[in-house]
Every structure is written in C-alpha cells, then in structure tokens.
Design a binder for this molecule. Structure first.
Ligand code: IVH
Length: 664
C-alpha cells in the first residue's frame, strides 16, 4: 500500500469529520470510527516520521513541550476596543460616526468572553497562532492553537491569510473541567475566561488539548487585499474558507437596530453555550472604517457595549469601615484583586451590618463580586461550600474608626452614623463631594489635594476653599505644589463661582439629592431662596421628587449652620441662580411630559433634542409605553415607532418637532 496516499486519505477523512462536527454541527461518522482513523494516522506518523504533514490533525492532541513561548510581532497591530455601558453612549458613538459618514451601516456581533488570537495560514495551511500580547508583540502559541478543533488546520482554498478571533471555553467544558479539578484537589478556575487563558498559556500543548478550547473568528485585518469592501463580506469569506464564524452576526441599518440587537442578546445571553460580556458594533464599510481611523489604542469605527452586571469570584481578605460625608459608616470588603468588566477591583461595598449578617459574609470567604457599569462593585454572596473553617465571623464596630465617637443607629435605618460634625473623615468627604466633577467641578481639587490641604490646616470647611489664596506662600513650600499648579487651582476656584445653581445644590450634599434632582430643583425654582422658602408640600408635588427627598431638603434648610454656609457663600460671590445653557423656557406642550426619540434626526443631534426637551420641562425616555406623550420620528425608525402606532401615541415628524421648539 502507498503509505503516503493512506496518510493523505486519513487526514482528509479526519479534517472533514472535524469540519462537519465543529463548523456545520453535523456528524457523518461515529466517535469510534473517528478514533480508529486517528489511531491509524498516529501509528503511521510515529513509525514513519517523514510522513508527518504540517497540517496533520494529530497535532490536535498536542506536541512537544516548550520551555518558553517565542515572541511574535504583529504585522498589523492587534487593537482592543473602546467600551460603552448604556444606550446613550451607544447613540453618541453613532453620532460621532455620522459626523464623518453618511448613513453608516453597522455589523453587530456577540462579544465573546475569552482571549484574542491571530491565526496565520500559508497556502491554506495553519502555520502560526499568536496571542495579542501588548497589541504589537504577542506570543507564539501555534502548538496550542492547533489543538482547538473548531479552528481548521487547512482552509478550503490555498490562500495566504491572517484571521483573528477569540479563543474561549464553553460553559459545558468549564463545568466538566472544574468538576475534575475538584476531584483531583486542584484549585478551581474562577470562570471560563480564566480557564481558557490558563489553558492557552500551557507550555505543554497536550494539557491544552485536554482543555477542549473553542474559537470564533471575527476579524480580517486587511480585507482590501482580498478585494473585500465590507466587514460583513469579510466574515462570510472567512466562513467560506472554513473558519468558525458566528451565526449571530447581523447588519444593522441604523442605531435603533443596534439597540434592538443589544436588547435581544441581553435577554438571550444565558441560552448561549459560551459566555459573552457584551456586543461589538462595527462600521460595515471598510473604506468608511479607514476614513474614521484609530485613536492611540482603539479603532474609531468600532465599539464594545458591555453588559451591565458581571459577576466573578475572589477571596475576601478583610473587612474595613469607611466614613461618608453624612457620617454613614460603610463596611467594605478588601479583596484579592480581580478583573471585572475590564477593570481590576480590590474593594467592594458590603453596604451595612444587616446585609453582611443576612448574607453571612466572613473574612476569608470566597465571595461573588458584581460590577455594573461604573457603579461601585458589590459583594453579592459568599460561597459557603468553599469554607475551610478558618473564616472569621463579622462584627460591627461601635465607635467611629476616625474620631472614635460612639456610633448611633436610628431605629428606622440600617446604617450606623458617626454623629460628630467635626469628624475629620466626614469633613474631608464633604469637601471632596463639593469639588467633584458633577458638583462644583473644581479641577485640581481632587481627593489627594483636599487631604493634603486639610491635613495642613488650610482647608477645613467649604468656605475655606475660597480663602485658599491666603496660604499661597505656604502652599508653594509643600512638596509637589508649584506655581503653575497653584495658579490653575486658583483659576478653577474662581471659575466655579459662576456655576449654575444645580452644581451648588448637588455639591452641598443634601441627603439623596443627586445631580438629577439638583437639576430638577434648579430648573423649577430658579434661585436658592425660592428653594429655601419652599414648603414640604410644594417640593413633594414636583415631578420626580418624592416625600423622602422633600423632607431631606426641608430639614437641610431648617438647619442654621447650613443657612449660614449659604449666606457665607453668597457673600463670597458664588452664583445662586439657575443659568440655562439655551434660550428655551418651559412650555405647556413639554412641561412634565415624556418623549421618546426614534430614528435619525437630520437637523439636530439627539443630545441637543434631549437638552431642549428637558429645558422646556419635559423628559426623554428610551422606551415607549402608555405614559409616553409623543414619539419624535427621525429617518429609519426602529421598533419604537411600531410600538407607538400600536399604542396610539401621538407621533411628531422631525419638522413638526422643530416647529414646536421654534427652530423652523
Ligand atoms: S473586534 C479591531 N469582535 O473583545 C477589532 N473583538 O474588548 C478588534 N472580542 O480585544 C476586535 N468578541 O479580544 C471583536 N466579535 C468580536 C469580539 C471581540 C470578543 C474581544 C477581543 C478584543 C476585546 C475588546
């Protein structure tokens, strides 16, 4: 028998079986048959090493052990993506694109939670696999990549091509592997992503082979070289070559369709066999992509929408207590650092004593952490099954960790408070809040500067901010404080005096008055005296202000110290009136009404439309319901239009809307 011919024949059969199984989800031979062919091929290769072909599927079970990974320089850098966390940010990505491109179409894809890989084929044969590394230089993981059965060792055409995608571990393999590791007394993987990344980084590819990794290809770095002009066509071309390309990629004709895709997969993500952490949105046309170009590290033609809450597990090393500006004491978990939704976290809130006791969270526990968008990460629960007995039960403190005053707890509240108005921790937090970006926005007066100035005794209260120049000489002597830094700070402080009222209102730190409520109050009452004089009933009747906030506002302005602070600030020249940033005044057609925008507006951006509606006293919501007062219709509207029609909600064409706001 011609042995070489037999080897070729076996490889053909096995490759086809792999393709059928991993790409087409069909199977034309049994597992036993497959194993027999594989055995025969391995036997032939070990007896006649000269017959080993580069694309032999026997490499799938692993090859020789390396002592290190070689470095690989990417011809075209492997970039990462910028992140957005909500619908508004998706829309503003679209607006930025539309500033450069007329009527862009997008491709929406699932964002697979794994690690990116580059695979290079020469004459249709897989010759190199590399990690992303720092984007310019990665590591050569060819042997490991060859163990990934869904990635073809040979393409259907003899082309030279580099394709990129994501290596991941399916939920099923992850569970199986952890089960086995538990039996073997080995540490468990925290999540499929960690498991995939640990497996790819094995120097012994036989171990990688056992880990059953998978891959999805989503990027062709140089489509124009193949006469391909859209990203979608690039995906289809790579599919035709035999690459594992997702079935869930779609073209979206406008941003509303992008949002629909996001909503659909937010619902369905749990039904997928692998974990996704978001949706990737890419401009479809390659020439448009090139026109938009790149920032330093990310393309301007693509963005990743990250799902709100992501959970990971890690160890809780300690529980410490912090004092907020209202004196509220919060227990915080100190964690073994762990990556969640793109950032590394080492702290998470435990909210209050009851929460820790009810969840029975102990020092030393393995805990589940959740991070949602840019909200503070929280400890969701502890994993009791993983306790060793060395964990310590939680005990609440009874004195302030900073000023040692005895803590108080109001009957109706879950929180403990430090009642000492002079507590250093409270004062510092107050100042930080007053100067922060959404409040008075005093650039250069951040957390560490405030702590320095406080500790030096230059800054004890809010009014001290406006007297800081008295200490100019002393400041210059402090380490890290040059003339330029001090000048910039002086200017920022001066500038903050002209802020519109809502910034001051938010900065004062009235309980539960966030920046949205502050804006609402400022718009409604126009100046601080009107708010000071407003009764509980009046405040309570303002749309979106409930009885608790109304009570807090009344209490705040009933306090003499607070009134003194307002008067001092007035004297220092701090503006106390609402300055609208446009010329609109409230109108009945908009006041207290809710609007939904759909489709592309031609004469005005969504942000502008929203700003105008809000300054006319209305609200903009992202979804249509019975309560919607009108839907404002742009080009290529999405499903919101259909919903509005079915609910009989008034629909305003763009021109009609422009007329109502006197822009036409
Ligand atoms: S496109 C220039 N598409 O997400 C194109 N990335 O947070 C860059 N990822 O580094 C990548 N699924 O590892 C793209 N469908 C997808 C993706 C995807 C997962 C990963 C990839 C990337 C990271 C960015």
């Amino acid at each position: 028998m011609d042995l070489k011919k037999r080897v070729d024949e076996l490889i053909k059969i096995i490759n086809k079986a792999n393709y059928d199984y991993y790409i087409d989800n069909t199977s034309n031979i049994t597992d036993q048959e497959y194993d027999r062919y594989m055995q025969e091929l391995m036997m032939l290769e070990s007896t006649y090493p000269e017959l080993v072909r580069e694309d032999s599927p026997t490499v799938r079970v692993g090859s020789k052990v390396l002592d290190k990974f070689e470095k690989v320089t990417h011809k075209i850098p492997m970039l990462s993506l910028g992140n957005v966390f909500n619908e508004e940010e998706v829309r503003s990505f679209d607006e930025k694109v539309r500033k450069e491109i007329d009527n862009p179409k997008y491709v929406c894809e699932l964002k697979i939670d794994g690690l990116s890989v580059s695979a290079t084929y020469k004459d249709g044969v897989l010759v190199k696999g590399a990690t992303r590394g720092d984007g310019v230089t990665g590591e050569d993981i060819t042997n490991n990549v060859k163990t990934i059965k869904s990635l073809p060792l040979t393409l259907t055409e003899k082309v030279n091509i580099e394709v990129r995608g994501e290596i991941y571990m399916s939920k099923k393999s992850f569970l199986e592997i952890n089960k086995q590791r538990e039996k073997d007394n080995e540490p468990l993987f925290q999540n499929p992503r960690n498991a995939a990344s640990g497996s790819v980084r094995q120097l012994d590819s036989k171990i990688t082979a056992k880990r059953k990794l998978d891959c999805i290809i989503y990027h062709l770095p140089n489509p124009l070289d193949y006469n391909i002009y859209t990203h979608y066509d690039a995906l289809e071309y790579m599919r035709k070559l035999g690459c594992p390309v997702s079935e869930n990629n779609v073209i979206a004709n406008n941003v509303d369709e992008v949002i629909d895709y996001i909503n659909k997969w937010t619902e369905l993500r749990d039904t997928l066999p692998y974990e996704i952490d978001g949706i990737v949105i890419k401009v479809n046309d390659i020439n448009d992509q090139n026109k938009l170009g790149f920032t330093a590290r990310t393309p301007k033609w693509a963005v990743a929408y990250k799902f709100p809450a992501t959970e990971v597990t890690t160890r809780l090393i300690d529980i410490i207590f912090t004092v907020g500006r209202t004196g509220k004491i919060t227990p915080n978990a100190v964690l073994e650092p762990v990556k969640v939704a793109g950032s590394t976290i080492a702290r998470a809130t435990l909210h209050n004593e009851d929460n820790v006791l009810v969840k029975d969270i102990r020092k030393g526990d393995i805990v589940v952490i959740r991070k949602a968008g840019d909200v503070i990460p929280e400890v969701v629960r502890s994993i009791k099954e993983r306790r060793t007995g060395a964990e310590e039960r939680f005990r609440m403190i009874d004195t302030c960790p900073i000023c040692h005053t005895k803590l108080i707890r109001k009957d109706t509240e879950a929180d403990y408070y430090c009642p000492n108005n002079e507590c250093n921790a409270r004062n510092i937090e107050n100042l930080i809040h007053y100067a922060e970006r959404d409040a008075m926005n005093i650039e250069g007066l951040g957390e560490s500067v405030i702590e320095d100035l406080y500790n030096e005794g230059f800054l004890k209260s809010i009014t001290d901010i406006y007297h800081l120049e008295k200490y100019e000489k002393e400041l210059l002597l402090l380490e890290g404080y040059g003339a330029k830094k001090i000048n910039n700070l002086k200017e920022a402080i001066l500038k903050s005096k002209d802020n519109s009222l809502e910034r001051l209102l938010f900065g004062l730190g009235i309980r539960q008055v966030g920046n949205k409520t502050a804006k609402l109050l400022a718009r409604q009452y126009k100046n601080i005296d009107n708010i000071i004089n407003a009764t509980f009933e009046e405040l309570n009747s303002v749309n979106d202000i409930g009885p608790i906030i109304a009570k807090n506002i009344v209490e705040y302005f009933n306090n003499e110290d607070n009134i003194k602070l307002i008067n001092d600030l007035k004297e220092l020249g701090i503006n106390m009136t609402y300055i609208s940033n446009n010329n609109y005044t409230e109108s009945d057609e908009f006041l207290n009404k809710t609007f939904v925008l759909t489709g592309t507006l031609n004469n005005i951006t969504r942000e502008q439309a929203t700003e105008i509606i809000e300054s006319l006293g209305g609200k903009v919501s992202s979804s249509v319901s019975k309560k919607t007062s009108a839907v404002i219709l742009g080009d290529n509207p999405g499903s919101k239009y259909d919903k509005a029609v079915s609910l009989n909600i008034p629909i305003w064409e763009e021109d009609e809307f422009l007329e109502k706001i006197n822009l036409k």
